[in-house]
Design a protein around this ligand. Structure first.
Ligand SMILES: [Zn+2]
Ligand SMILES: [Zn+2]
Length: 439
């Protein structure tokens, strides 16, 4: 007969293998080469804004809510080598050779510039895009706001080979981003309509919807950083001011003093999904998932009470489907946290009068923001985003409420990083008021 301890271990293992991915941080982190036996050097993480630790359908293979970049066993980076003009790129040796990386810039129907790329032993390359073909390391689909349970995107705006990131294989690796990624034949094609130009000798261009980046103004960790300026990154890695509209023909003015080197906290917008870059160094100053779970345990240890039902409320560590009797709710206009009850409910509008302060307003379930990469500090989870109810530290909530995220093909908006819901009103967040530590 199995002992109590054995049963407990089995139960833990079962939780460990849950399909939602929320409890399996270690096993699935094999690197892009498929090796997981020896300790790997971590460069950083790319985290999609709008997910609370995993995709709603579960993280699988190269489709996941975040991608960890590890140093590869063998370098696979490439760098620019020679270039030349051809009349028909489709018959050019560099294009036909599936082992040769090359970029074809079509100038007119019968003229193209081919730029050949050669192997670079000093860098590792990682590619991001919507395609599930093998050159894409991190498959990213369009992100929809909210809980995304049955969400389907009909028309994607993310490029199949959206961008590539090259990381130096050094002690202090710098990661650089470039628009467009190489396809299965190791080619990038910029068609006749794509924006392109030739400065001195080098040719460069932009992809249809572009790759936008925003370096935070100040260190991401600590909570002092401000939202920086959004810029566009070219295929060659230069930085430009934004175009008049997302896919306008005319490129923006070049920003020669700015670089494509990713900083801890740099945002990358692929038009349909926004990624956050966290460097390995930066992540060391961020809370871990365990730290965040401890914060939840601390709130729960104070036995917060519903003032109407008088039951003890329990903050869930992750979104649970279906109502839970101890699920806390927050009144968005005042921040009072209570249980589920009918008191003060206006059946026609769904609005409720808060029994504590008599303020009328919407009520939402409260849920911990459990993705550590979005935290700028390790303060208590005493704030929540309006209107989704995701909890986080004061500094983290205030940081994200001030960050403009590109929205569609025009315009910007602040969103909750855990679910991508646009923030409502000003300031877009609220301080939580618990009735706790009563005894
Ligand atoms: Zn209230
Ligand atoms: Zn949210």
């Amino acid at each position: 007969m199995s002992s109590f301890y054995e049963v407990l271990t089995k139960l833990r293992l079962m939780t460990f293998f849950r399909s939602d991915g929320s409890e399996s941080p270690i096993l699935v982190e094999t690197d892009a080469d498929g090796h997981s036996d020896k300790p790997r050097i971590k460069y950083g993480e790319l985290v999609i804004l709008g997910y609370n630790g995993y995709l709603p359908q579960g993280d699988r293979g190269r489709r996941r809510s975040k991608f960890v970049l590890y140093k590869r066993n063998e370098s696979n980076g490439v760098k620019r080598s020679n270039h030349y003009i051809v009349q028909s790129p489709e018959n050019t040796k560099a294009i036909l050779d599936t082992q040769q990386h090359s970029i074809s810039y079509t100038l007119s129907r019968n003229q193209a510039v081919i730029v050949e790329y050669k192997e670079d032993a000093e860098t590792d390359m990682f590619q991001v895009g919507r395609s599930s073909e093998s050159p894409i390391d991190f498959v990213v689909m369009d992100t929809l706001p909210g809980d995304k349970k049955d969400a389907k995107v009909m028309q994607s705006t993310i490029s199949r080979f959206a961008c590539r990131i090259l990381v130096e294989r050094t002690e202090n690796p710098r990661a650089r981003i470039y628009a467009a990624g190489f396809d299965t034949s190791r080619n990038i094609f910029l068609g006749e309509k794509a924006t392109k130009w030739q400065d001195n000798v080098e040719i460069d261009g932009l992809t249809t919807n572009g790759v936008l980046i925003m370096h935070p103004n100040g260190p991401f960790c600590g909570g002092q950083a401000q939202c920086g300026v959004w810029r566009e990154c070219s295929v060659g890695g230069d930085i430009f001011c934004l175009r008049e509209s997302r896919s306008a023909q005319q490129k923006g003015r070049q920003a020669p003093d700015e670089t494509n080197v990713l900083l801890d906290g740099t945002l990358i917008d692929l038009c349909g999904a926004t990624l956050l870059w966290r460097s390995a160094e930066g992540l060391q100053n961020s809370p871990t998932k365990k730290d965040l779970e401890k914060l939840v345990d601390e709130i729960n240890a104070g036995r917060p009470q519903c003032p109407v039902g008088l039951n003890t409320l329990v903050i869930p560590r992750k979104v649970t489907l279906g109502e839970h009797i101890n699920q806390p709710y927050v009144y968005l206009n005042c921040g009072h946290v209570q249980g589920n009850h009918d008191w003060g409910q206006d059946k026609s509008t769904g609005a409720r009068r808060c029994p504590m302060c008599l303020e009328v307003g919407p009520v939402v379930t409260l849920c911990m923001g459990i993705e550590p990469a979005f935290y700028v500090d390790s303060g208590p989870a005493s704030f929540a985003f309006n209107p989704c109810g995701h909890m986080a530290s004061e500094a983290s909530v205030k940081y994200w409420a001030n960050v403009d995220i590109p929205h569609g093909t025009n315009g910007f908006q602040a969103v909750c990083p855990f679910c991508a819901t646009p923030l409502l009103g000003c300031p877009g967040y609220l301080k939580l008021i618990f009735q706790d530590n009563l005894d």
